[in-house]
Design a protein around this ligand. Structure first.
Ligand code: ZN
Length: 154
């Protein structure tokens, strides 16, 4: 049967699974950023002097002027709580056993979305939040090398 002869009443999709795996690379900037997080426990920023813009996570090229960014610096482990929310479902839309608190922590002109270890009632927009890192030997070079962010005064 050709495509033109196919049964037009037949379903156009069917359920099933494909055994597909993928491997993604971090790219040059991501490699440097995550290696510093893993090996040195640092969150790196890159700075564009032309635009006076600080990127966190660090990138190799300015998104505004396309200049190559060579000024990389330690952004420190303390950022500022920009916003936060409680999640009640996972990525698949399945209910979580416990709501999960996540937030956007500003560093420079960028920031990191991550889990928060805090009581939502104690959070205030603009408060300083520190990254809690895994012990170095448990780090693997991923964003999960940061266990969470928590209020500085916790
Ligand atoms: Zn720039």
């Amino acid at each position: 049967m050709t495509l033109l002869e196919r049964d037009r009443e037949a379903p156009s999709a069917w359920k099933g699974s494909l055994p597909v795996t993928s491997r993604y690379t971090y790219g040059l900037a991501g490699e440097r950023f995550f290696r510093a997080l893993k090996d040195e426990g640092k969150i790196l920023a890159s700075y564009c002097p032309k635009c006076d813009h600080t990127y966190v996570p660090a990138v190799n090229f300015c998104e505004r002027c396309l200049s190559e960014l060579t000024e990389w610096q330690d952004a420190g482990l303390v950022g500022v709580l920009h916003t936060y929310t409680l999640l009640f479902v996972d990525f698949e839309g399945q209910p979580l056993d416990e709501p999960e608190l996540i937030g956007f922590i500003s560093f420079g002109d960028g920031g990191i979305i991550h889990k928060l270890d805090a009581n939502p009632d104690e959070l205030e927009i603009g408060m300083p939040m520190k990254a809690v890192l895994k012990p170095q030997k448990e780090r693997s070079g991923s964003i999960l090398d940061i266990r969470c962010f928590q209020p500085v005064n916790k």
